[in-house]
Design a protein around this ligand. Structure first.
Ligand code: GDP
Ligand code: MN
Length: 392
């Protein structure tokens, strides 16, 4: 789950990281009020930033500075309602603007190969890191934290030195890098990214002018499977930007991932779902989705899952593969028949149900004129043939 910059900054702040104060505004007037507060607190300029869950907002015109109340309100009214990469901007972050002396990239990710949290840093900050990785991979430095010991100071220092930091800025960098690591751990995040991490040389809130490091942008992706451990974080889900298909799947309690192919799959169990997809590919087809309806799925769930599959206009055939253990075959068959009969678009379907109440299920399906198969190979092969037939 991706969360908005403002929420990501709250999580960074909770770990003690330096983030300029901000407000979130949903209307130009709210932005004006927020700017007023910041000007009153001594800020000379404010930055107004589109809150959308995509990168490159700056380039798209979604990040602008303003130095008066009127300008802040006017800028907010231009950004609100703007379309950035297909997403409508519904809110903006308003923050005190700083003078940037240099921009760095700092990010923490989970490296699946080493099964560790890896910290990455680059002196080429501000631009998208994928761009740096493509054009100048040598400019990205990384270090893996130890799962027992965490990110040790000497490791963070090595990273800071590699991007050219020294003295006071280097020790600030160490604290910030360790803070990113603790943000990952505290929230079960998959990614915590600060880009830019900026050296600013204007007056800090305490009046001093020594250069300091500040987190100007924040991007956090939370591990969906970890959310059960953090009920508070569930509230950060931005329903405005959630894919309706994902929202529906979550409501049904099923695992659904849309893919590019033409064969809609409905399977119980993640392992069986993957096997089913493998066999579809083996017989020359392409799965349209991964769908695990879970154990003991009732017929309402089956109906809902069918709607999700049929909502994808690329789907040319449906393959259902159910191994009945806790899940009862007849219950699934009932849901399938009901959902299939009510579909507007007539899509061919092949069903394989084995295990608990498989005979009852087969009877029901035959009566409803649904194609059945006994082995998984047969089912996959039939689905591929049906999809090809439908495509012609
Ligand atoms: P992104 O484009 O979606 O990654 O949004 P960012 O928050 O990273 O903002 C894009 C760029 O706007 C940054 O790289 C900065 O150059 C600039 N920017 C953001 N905040 C400030 C600020 O407080 N002062 C100044 N001068 N520039 C800023
Ligand atoms: Mn950024």
């Amino acid at each position: 789950m991706k969360i908005q910059e403002a929420d990501a900054k709250s999580l960074l702040l909770a770990q003690g990281l330096p983030v300029p104060a901000w407000d979130v505004a949903r209307t130009p007037l709210e932005a004006r009020t927020a700017a007023q507060r910041l000007f009153n607190a001594g800020e000379a300029r404010v930055v107004i930033k589109a809150q959308v869950l995509v990168g490159g907002r700056g380039k798209a015109g979604g990040v602008k500075l303003a130095s008066s109340l009127d300008e802040a309100e006017e800028t907010a009214s231009r950004i609100l309602g703007m379309d950035i990469k297909g997403i409508t901007v519904r809110k903006v972050l308003v923050s005190g603007a700083v003078d940037i002396a240099k921009e760095f990239y700092l990010g923490a990710i989970i490296d699946r190969a080493t099964r560790r949290i890896v910290l990455m840093a680059s002196a080429e900050g501000g631009v998208e890191i994928e761009e740096v990785a493509r054009q100048n991979p040598g400019a990205i430095h990384q270090v893996a934290a130890d799962p027992q010991l965490g990110l040790l100071a000497f490791q963070a220092r090595g990273l800071g030195l590699a991007v050219g930091l020294r003295d006071a800025l280097l020790s600030q960098f160490v604290t910030i890098a360790q803070g990113l690591y603790s943000t990952m751990k505290a929230n079960d995040a998959d990614l915590v990214e600060v880009n830019p991490l900026a050296i600013v040389s204007d007056k800090s809130p305490d009046g001093s002018v020594a250069p300091r490091l500040v987190c100007l942008d924040a991007k956090i992706t939370l591990d969906d499977s970890g959310l059960a451990r953090h009920p508070r974080l569930e509230a950060l889900r931005d329903l405005d930007e959630e894919d309706p298909t994902d929202a529906q799947a979550r409501k049904l309690g099923i695992n659904f991932i849309r893919l590019e192919g033409s064969i809609g799959c409905m399977v119980n169990g993640a392992g069986l779902a993957m096997t089913t997809m493998d066999l579809v590919k083996h017989y020359g087809g392409e799965p349209a989705n991964f769908l695990d309806i879970g154990g003991g799925a009732r017929h309402e769930t089956v109906c809902g899952a069918m709607e999700l599959i049929l909502a994808d206009s690329n789907v040319k055939a449906i393959l259902v593969n159910i191994f009945g253990g806790i899940t009862r075959g007849d219950e699934v068959a009932e849901g399938l028949i009901e959902a299939w009969a009510s579909q507007a678009r007539k899509i061919p379907m092949v069903v394989r149900i084995v295990g608990t109440n498989a005979d009852e299920a087969a009877d029901m399906l035959r009566k409803a004129n649904v194609e059945t198969a006994t082995s998984l190979d047969e089912a996959a092969e039939k689905a591929v043939t049906l999809a090809k037939g439908a495509a012609r």
